[in-house]
Design a binder for this molecule. Sequence first.
Ligand code: NDP
Length: 307
Amino acid sequence: MKLCKLGLIALLAAGIAVIPAGEGSAKNVYPKNVPAVTLNNGMQMPQLGFGTFTLKQDVAVESVKEALRQGYRLIDCAQGYGNEAEVGRAIKESGIPRSEIFVTTKINTNVMREGTVRQSLDESIEKLGGTYIDLVLIHWPVEGKVEETWKIMEEYVRAGKIKAIGVSNFNPHHIDDLLKYATIKPVVNQIEMHPYMTQYDVAAYTVKRGIRPEAWGPLGQGRLGVVDDAVLRSLGEKYGKSPAQIVVRWHLQRKNIVIPRSQNPAHIAENINVFDFKLSGKDMKTIDALNKNQRANPKNDPDNFPW
Ligand code: NDP
């Protein structure tokens, strides 16, 4: 469905969920033909970005700089990764205007429990080197702490310090609870999704609520052998691509926002060079069928996590 700008504004104003068709529906406004997706607040976000979990110190700075050189314009970090300052430094040293980069961070569980959300957000803004953050997520739905955290996040949006807010690791019941009191709707729900853990039910529910699904651990976190899967290897041979490129492409065609992480420059390049081929419907279904509901780590359960 094509919406003119005025029509889109009218629908947004009326609170009607607008999930554009995703990949292929928006103008290619980012380098390497990475499509823009339109969020439910009207903002645009690259559909493909760069993850930074486990990347520390100089490795974080160099990997993020390499990603930016390769054309990534969405960088995903978190308070809990301990690398916001490094991400901020990499952005500054890249020479790319801050306004051309979309930065996501996430509020840590201990911050929610200790009631230091405001202080942590001020520190995140400072470390990320700017006066604002594009997108802040609740990292995990800490029981009894989501509502007060969300209200503070809304306050930061109103103050212009955060442009968009969203959630991560939210199951449908967490989303429904939040929507009872939220005056600003989450723009994304970042959840574990890869060929062995497709989470179609949660993703579909998220879409139904006008919220974009975003895939974390899109390659199985390097733990499950996803990129060594025989089916993905043979699809890679068919398309002349690596298994990782097949998986990234599958995410894009499923309309997920996707944020693979790598500290290997060849992999960083591979993962963004996925816009010169298209998986057939049959091959998409073949990948869908690999699902085993297998989390990269069984502890990553939004209803029962130990952190
Ligand atoms: P990924 O699924 O992105 O997997 C990363 C692993 O895949 C690394 O071992 C990497 O190794 C390997 N890899 C990357 N590219 C290739 C390639 N082309 N070929 C072969 N191997 C490859 O795991 P992440 O956990 O990092 O998930 C992505 C991002 O999602 C995170 O970095 C983080 O930003 C976010 N995240 C969010 C969470 C949440 O709770 N909201 C939880 C976890 C992650 P190498 O470095 O050698 O390339």
